[in-house]
Each structure stands twice: as C-alpha cells, then as structure tokens.
Design a protein around this ligand. Structure first.
Ligand code: HEM
Length: 429
C-alpha cells in the first residue's frame, strides 16, 4: 500500500503547487483536497503517480465536455512520440513491476483503446449488459442477496459482522462470475487477486498479474471444449468464428477487466453507501418509508460517496483549449470525478447527502460512472446491485448499526478511490 516509503509516493511533494495524486493528504481528504483544486480552476496543473505532468479537470461541465471531446483519447501510443514506449501508462506499469511482455494485456484493454478498436470491443460485450438483460437478472441478484443476508449471523463475532467481507464483496462477485462464466470454486482466488492488484503494491502486482493471465488462458482453452451461454463462450465464438474479430490478448484482457471491474467497485458502492446511510439516519428513514426512492438514492450515493474518484488518463491528440487553458498535443488529462460530483456550480449544497436530489425517473445526474464513449459498461448492473443490496439489507435488518465510531472506519490508501477496508456492523436481528 501507499506508505511514505512506497514507490507510489516516491514523487509526492517534488513540485510544489502541483499536487500528486498519490499525496497521502489528498487520499485522506479527497473532497477537501480536490474540492480546493476545483475552486482554484477548471483546469489545474498536477502530477501523476509517476511524477509526469497532468492537467486535472475539476468541474462538472468541463469534465463532461472533455469526456465527450474526440480530441482526447485513451490510447497513449496514439500521441507518444515513439509509438508505444515511454508514456504514462507504460511508466506506471513499470512502476508497478509489471513484466514488459505482459504490457500488451493492458494495452489490449477496452479502456486503453479508442475507435475503431474500442467500438469493436465494446460492441462485443455490450449485448450482455443491456437494460433488458440486467432486468432479467434481477430475481437472481435478489436471491443471492437474500441468501447472503440470511447467513450473516453465522459470521458474527460478539455480535459484530464485517459487511464488506460477508455481503458487499460476495454479492457482486457472484453475479459477475455467473455472467462471465467463472466457476464457483475459482471465485475466492479471483477475489484475492483483485484485492492484491488494487493495493498497487509493486511486489504484489508482480506476483499476481502473471498468474491471472495464465489462469485465464487455461480457462479459455478448457471452455473451448464445451461452450455454454456464458460471456467467455461468447467471446470465444467471436474470436474463433469470425476471422479474428477479437485477438487472444483482447479476449483475455476483456475477461480480466469484466471480472475485476465488475465486483471491486460495486462492493465498495455497497459499503460506502451503507456507511453513509447509517450515519445519516434521517435519509435512511426517508428511504425506508418510500422504497420507490431506491433508484434515485443509488444515484445520490454514487454522487456523494461513489468508489471511483477519477478516470483513466486521457491524452490530447491535438492542441485543445479547455476553459481557457491550452492543452498541447500529447499532454495527459485526469478527470476528477470526485470534484465534479461536488461542484457547487452544478449542485445546490453539494456536500449534503440528499436522497431526494435526483427525481425518480430522471437520468442520473453525476459522473461517478464516467461519461461519453467509455461510460461504465456495467453501470445498470452496478445500480441494480446497489438497489437490491440497500433495499434487502435494511428490510432484513431494520436495527442495523455501525459497530465502530464512524471516524474509526479505515480506508485503503489507494489514489483515486474510496474503499473501506472493513465495515463492522451490529445486526441486532
Ligand atoms: C468504465 C466506474 C461497476 C465494467 C468505468 C468508468 C468508471 C466506472 C468511472 C469510466 C472510466 C474512464 O472513463 O476512464 C464504476 C463504478 C462501478 C462500476 C463506480 C460500481 C459502483 C462496473 C461493473 C462492471 C463494469 C459492475 C461490469 C461489467 C466497466 C467497463 C468499463 C468501465 C468494462 C470500460 C468501458 C469502456 O472503456 O468503454 N466504470 N464501474 N463497471 N466499467 Fe465500471
């Protein structure tokens, strides 16, 4: 984890006035820290973990503008002078100890590609995540949630249960693994891998990543012999039947991305949201008195305590002026979702949690899932899991309470995110 001596924080403080995303002060208080930057300007100079310069985009309108602007691209190779090496992505992978022969797997990711490759990759998987498909999944999500909630008392020690470990993690990982086609016995391994990767600790990343890649290759070979209706089988069909619509590397990276993006983030939406509701009893009462408030409540929790604080880097493919700042070709841009989601230019009283802020039936009004071409593929799934999780949890355990002082809830010191390390609660069943 990012301790003062870790490679992640090696460059913090080197450039006064240019905040580094790994700065422990920013990680400890992202709302205050990035909020102050937002009030300094819509586009502000900062530093990425590897010390390379980056433009922070801080305000709601400008964040959405840049995420819609085709002059900003995701693939650093498009703008880096020598094609592939020496760009922030490869430097970060080097910092994380990622062996060079595995960099292709990161470059093959849907998030590191632009049209036409991004369009091709996204089309292949988006059919599995349409609103209709997600609606059909709902009864199964509810069943998984209810089953986990029934078993919570088995995990209590002195009346206290860690809700992250026994509810928030297993719910989304079960859902995404069933969808993708990861066998039940492999899921604990995936969860452990995800937890290791997210620390961004080079030693762990170096150990874990090659094992994951090898495992997925083996999984694909095995599944080839017996295709089913899961997503892995669908990707294999796209790869085999249609003249290389999907390369080997792309297929492996897609499986990796879906499983990791599909459970880690959602688990933390569930714990962050539960902690927020337990510490805002008036809001929890509102929600309890009107279950129709669940969908807008999830929008508000995503805005107020969403787990992802910034997007991947974008790069200017040509010179571009944003809010009066000239961003030059090749320069990196970081969209600060956390600052945009509390922009007083867009929201009245932005720091207040207000579940009635987003009228039912209206589209969500926040950037916690990003915006534009790379808008989160799993947003409707994550929202549904959030609705089911909060709805079922508070109905099943109406006297649920935090088992620690809110100030003592611990967070993982990872740049760009808001992840509790545990959520100890009393069920009072
Ligand atoms: C993209 C957040 C759940 C899969 C994104 C982005 C954000 C995000 C901010 C855009 C990143 C960028 O533009 O650089 C979240 C949050 C989640 C969540 C906060 C839970 C609360 C999920 C789930 C899946 C998923 C359940 C499973 C399918 C993806 C994929 C992309 C993505 C594949 C890349 C899309 C593309 O590049 O076109 N997510 N996500 N996410 N998310 Fe999610």
């Amino acid at each position: 984890p990012a301790t003062p001596s870790s490679p992640m924080t090696a460059h913090v403080g080197k450039h006064p006035g240019e905040p580094n995303v790994a700065d422990p002060a920013l990680i400890a208080d992202p709302f205050g820290g990035y909020g102050a930057l937002r009030e300094k300007g819509a586009v502000v100079r900062g530093r990425f973990v590897d010390d390379s310069p980056v433009w922070f985009v801080t305000r709601f309108d400008e964040v959405r503008e840049v995420l819609r602007d085709p002059r900003f691209v995701n693939d650093p190779a498009v703008v880096s002078a020598d094609g592939t090496r020496e760009n922030p992505l490869t430097r970060l992978l080097d910092m994380l100890g990622m062996p060079e022969h595995l960099h292709v797997y990161m470059r093959g990711s849907i998030l590191n590609n632009d049209a036409p490759d991004h369009t091709r990759l996204r089309r292949l998987v988006s059919r599995a995540f349409t609103a209709r498909k997600i609606m059909d999944l709902r009864p199964r999500v509810e069943e998984i949630a209810d089953d986990l909630l029934d078993r919570l008392p088995e995990h209590a020690e002195d009346g206290v249960v860690d809700l992250l470990e026994h509810f928030a993690y297993p719910l989304p990982i079960t859902v995404i693994c069933e969808l993708v086609g990861i066998a039940e016995e492999d899921r604990p391994q995936w969860r452990a891998w995800g937890a290791e990767l997210i620390t961004m600790d080079p030693e762990r990343v170096r150990r874990v990543f090659p094992a994951m890649i090898e495992h997925i290759h083996a999984l694909v070979s095995e599944r080839r012999g017996a295709l089913t209706d899961d997503l892995i089988s669908e990707l294999i069909r796209a790869h085999d039947d249609d003249g290389g619509r999907l390369s080997d590397v792309e297929m492996v990276t897609m499986i990796l991305t879906l499983v990791l993006a599909g459970h880690e983030t959602t688990a933390h939406l569930i714990t962050n949201g539960t902690a927020a509701l337990l510490t805002h009893p008036d809001q929890l009462d509102l929600l309890r008195s009107d279950p129709a408030l669940l969908p807008p409540a999830v929008h508000e929790l995503m805005r107020w305590c969403g787990p992802v604080h910034m997007t991947q880097l974008r790069y200017a493919a040509e010179d571009a002026d944003i809010a009066g700042t000239r961003i030059r070709k090749g320069e990196a841009v970081q969209l600060l979702l956390v600052a945009a989601n509390r922009d007083p230019r867009h929201y009245a009283d932005p720091d207040r949690l207000d579940l009635t802020r987003h009228p039912a039936g209206r589209a969500e009004d926040h950037v916690g899932f990003g915006h534009g071409m790379h808008y989160c593929l799993g947003a409707s799934l994550a929202r549904q899991e959030g609705e089911v999780a909060f709805g079922r949890l508070f109905a099943r355990y109406p006297r649920l309470s935090l088992a620690v002082d809110p100030a003592d809830l611990q967070r993982a010191p990872v740049p760009g995110s808001w992840r509790l390390t545990a959520l100890p609660v009393r069920l009072q069943d």
